[in-house]
Design a protein around this ligand. Structure first.
Ligand code: DGP
Length: 114
């Protein structure tokens, strides 16, 4: 989708700080980091959010989650801990309508989130 920022990043039309990519997912640094590590793990295929994800997307979404976990481990975050977040819908703070997982780590995080 040409009007989708993350599709444009996934197809190389928009620059980003890519830290991992394969045929299915791409991971890059969030433009507005909220923690020392703040990556976005994004399936290449356009899915607007978990609200529109279907059973056929389970493998892709599982792969995205495991990619986030692997990136966390590479950065030594598996010991101290990290958070994976999928904001879904406006009230939850979703601003980009292409499903993505935030990987946040490197600082203490409170609960519940604001
Ligand atoms: P959310 O609010 O959950 O939909 O998260 C969207 C995130 O995407 C937000 O933390 C900022 C980030 N973001 C938006 N536009 C860009 C961009 O062009 N490049 C990068 N690297 N991140 C972006």
């Amino acid at each position: 989708m040409d009007d989708c920022i993350f599709c444009r990043i996934a197809t190389g039309k928009l620059a980003s700080d890519i830290v991992y990519e394969d045929n299915d997912v791409i991971a890059f640094t969030d433009i507005n980091p909220e923690a020392p590590t703040h990556l976005l793990v994004v399936p290449r295929r356009h899915i607007a959010s978990l609200n529109t994800a279907e059973p056929a997307d389970a493998e892709l979404l599982g792969k995205a989650m495991l990619t986030a976990a692997s990136l966390a481990k590479q950065r030594g975050l598996d010991g101290p801990g990290y958070r994976i977040v999928a904001n879904t819908g406006k009230e939850a703070g979703q601003t980009v309508d292409h499903i993505h997982f935030h990987l946040l780590g490197g600082r203490f995080m409170s609960w519940p989130p604001g």
